[in-house]
Design a protein around this ligand. Structure first.
Ligand code: KG4
Ligand code: ZN
Length: 324
């Protein structure tokens, strides 16, 4: 192991602008000093979804202030930053671009290395933002967000295999669309979680695909929208909470069926790691906690959604790994 990296302070400035939050975090020797954000969510609420142009404009307007707030609150001089990490993909192209240009300019000004980080892999490491230690490999990660859903096998920080991914809508996207069609507040995923009633989750909507198949959530979304339309056309009453609860139960069951399938395929898994905005969901968290005999790592609620701290923590683990 090289001595130098352990003799110096590793201070990472992390920038995350993949969607509607302009987030900046400062990580010192693996500890998050500050994670702050400005969001255009209120503006987006008016449209019932993210408008990419609004998001990228908002990043341009906010990013300087978020940086100043982060440095001030972390009590860090910008000259002490020795790495910059930023979300390079996936995400909204204009939003990503704002973060990238900002990161590259700052890195060149400070003359420090810059690390482009994959947003989804950042979600995988979000448990470690406020929990000590490092990941035990191999582990299985279930990541569910507004734009992506996948189960992946991680054998090391740089070696992972996607086992199931979504072929169409992501879980969050499907829930948001279902919520919108049921007249619920945006984002639908959070509204449906709050209104979920296990006693009403009893409508049989569609069946599940074989566990080794990729995820697909457009089928459940379309079935729910057809259910709503059919009732509206016939002027028939239906219970919105029953429909939303049944759809959520179907979605979580589908995630669990596939997760359990992969747990059974590998007998050396050391942990199950959850992440992404949908990992805030109460039903998903409680179902994953029921899995016996494997360490379950679920991020704190404040770090399930998009944040720069996860980008910085993943960058930190990469830097440490590289120096070995
Ligand atoms: O990871 P994230 O913040 O952004 C993306 O990378 O997409 O995920 C946002 C998604 C939204 O679709 C939102 O509805 C969903 O996460 N979400 C939830 C909950 N909290 C956020 N879905 C279900 N239950 C929740 N409690
Ligand atoms: Zn995300």
């Amino acid at each position: 192991m090289k001595d130098s990296i352990y003799n110096m302070n590793i201070i990472i400035l992390a920038i995350e602008t993949s969607c509607d939050d302009t987030s900046i975090a400062i990580i010192k020797n693996g500890k998050v000093l500050i994670n702050c954000a400005a969001t255009s969510e209120k503006l987006q609420k008016k449209y019932g979804g993210i408008v990419p142009e609004i998001a990228s404009r908002s990043h341009c307007e906010e990013i300087d202030n978020v940086l100043k707030t982060a440095l001030l609150n972390a009590n860090i001089n910008i000259k002490d930053i020795n790495y910059i990490a930023y979300t390079s993909n996936p995400g909204l192209i204009g939003s990503l671009h704002v973060g990238k240009v900002f990161a590259l300019q700052l890195a060149s000004l400070l003359n420090v290395p810059v690390l482009p980080i994959n947003h989804m892999i950042g979600h995988v490491y979000s448990y470690f933002i406020d929990h000590d230690g490092k990941p035990n490999y191999p582990f299985l990660a279930l990541i569910a967000s507004g734009g992506h859903t996948f189960i992946a096998l991680f054998e090391s920080i740089n070696k992972y295999t996607i086992l199931n991914e979504t072929t169409d809508d992501a879980v969050g996207e499907a829930l948001d669309k279902i919520g919108r069609n049921l007249g619920m507040e945006y984002p639908g995923g959070i509204s449906i979680d709050k209104k979920y009633d296990p006693n009403l989750a009893n409508l049989k909507i569609i069946s599940h695909s074989p566990p080794e198949n990729d995820f697909s959530f457009s089928g459940i979304k379309t079935a729910v929208l057809n259910f709503i339309n059919n009732h509206q056309v016939k002027n028939e009453e239906y219970d919105k909470i029953q429909l939303a609860s049944s759809a959520l139960k179907w979605i979580i069951d589908d995630l669990m069926i596939k997760l359990k399938y992969w747990i059974n395929q590998y007998n050396n898994i050391k942990a199950i790691v959850l992440g992404g905005g949908v990992s805030a969901n109460s039903l998903l968290r409680s179902e994953v906690m029921k899995i016996n005999g494997i360490l379950i790592l679920i991020p704190s609620l404040k770090y399930t959604g998009d944040n720069a701290a996860m980008i910085g923590i993943y960058a930190y683990h990469k830097i440490i790994e590289r120096s070995k």
